[in-house]
Design a protein around this ligand. Sequence first.
Ligand SMILES: [Zn+2]
Length: 289
Amino acid sequence: MDKLNNELLNLLEDLLEQSDDSFEEVLIEYQNSRDKLKQMIAQIYMQYGIDGELDFNQLQRTGVLKQFNEQVEEELVKIGTLEVFTITAILGAAFTQSYYRSAFTLEQNLNVGINFNRVNQSILDEFINQNWSKKHFSDRIWANQNALRKALSTNLEKGIRNGDKLDKVAKIFDAQFKSRSSESMRLVRTETAKIIEESREKIYAENGIGKIQWLSTLDSVTSEGCIELDGQIFDIDDHNKPDCPRHPNCRSTYVPYLEIGTNIRKDNKTKEYIPYQNYNEWAEANDIA
Ligand SMILES: [Zn+2]
């Protein structure tokens, strides 16, 4: 079982890494927008600054601030739209990969044929569009964008009123973009981990695995709570079992807990178990694109 457990943990890490990679283009877009807005502020300082300071009332009167805030809004809508689109694709890929690859890993390690369904758009929609903790992931993205927009405009106003110079205002923009893009990264990681877990539990349930065991990646950064849960066994349909992931950047998962007499069925499809050398061979034999 150790081999199976290790492979399931490794697969989780792999899929989380893939998700990080795919999200890279959104992070680049955050940087582009940040630079573009900083460029605009620099121009405002150049055009309206006296001794490196701006006059807030003048900027408000002339509509310069309004124009700037509109540009901020435009940039953030652009990032937010790309973000929703990218995360939707990431979650779809994570679900599909986790579903088939977890099935393959179980087959290889348990020497049984595993039941699985074809992942189609309606299954993906069902899982991607569910509301975790009462909120759809896109609401969280837009809330994050909104917080960034407010922070930028409030800090800009405060900075100008304080008589801050350009470099100080620019630094505030750097910090705000950094904190909000990290938040966004955290969000996609958590959503990806959740959907990976969901797809696994689906495979377990579809194969009559009644009990599952909490398994944490144990290292120096594992959270106390996850260390405590490590190895604990739960009924798969226990609605009070701890949610996995437990926290942002959690690397825990549920693995099957197989007792004697477990109703994992042998030979369910071909009535014959064929151990495949690798995932690609298995995927091809099962007609998985
Ligand atoms: Zn954890």
